[in-house]
Design a protein around this ligand. Sequence first.
Ligand SMILES: [Zn+2]
Length: 251
Amino acid sequence: MIDTHCHLDNFENLDEIIQKMGNGKIIVSGCNQKTNEFVLKIIEQYSNVYGTIGIHPEEVLSALDEHLEYIEKHLNHPKIVGIGEIGLDYHYDLDCKDLQKKWFKKQLTLAKKYQKTVVIHSRDAAIDTYNILEEEKIDCIKIVLHCYSYSIEMAKRFQKFHVMFGIGGVVTFKNGIKLKEVVQDIDIRYLLLETDSPYLSPEPFRGKVNEPFNVYYVAQKIAEIKGLTLEMVLEKTTDNAICQFDLPIKL
Ligand SMILES: [Zn+2]
């Protein structure tokens, strides 16, 4: 199984939580210069850990051109499997919308130049995200809509692009009705498992620190919703992740 999205820079028991994944793989995402540097470090330390680097929409106020140069410089690392997380987040700060869009577009341009998968964080910004993907003509780029939080209707519109949907702990929440609908209606071929650790722990650990192994509980829930076996969900989502991130692993 593969946790396609998490942040591990604040864990003291890294060895333990990574070992717990066994043969499973982990993709760690950066958000700013500091965490991007961490990603480059951790992928050297653990053979089953891969990374994506990028500037998160909530980090744009402190982002510098040299941070983008750093990303570009390291995109050819064999274990850097994408650019992210990048995108738009209008949840708290509406003053930097234009700046968020600017950084989103800059990084999409980089993805096109290097043919890299993008990991998109999009919150309360569905239409702007969709429009930018359309404007930027990213048809040839593989996209992960991480921690997908929009409606099934919107999911179907996004399928115009080469997208997969990152499904995390929210699907196990009682109030995660919208996401359950998405999981039910979207073919398993387009679903990825993720934790977004240390955030968003699935039931029965809601409220506690999340860790990559908990994708297991997300997979269990997806199996229940779609009426598939757990093995089938683990196998399919692993194949999906290998394909969407072009992971250097044989199927
Ligand atoms: Zn994240």
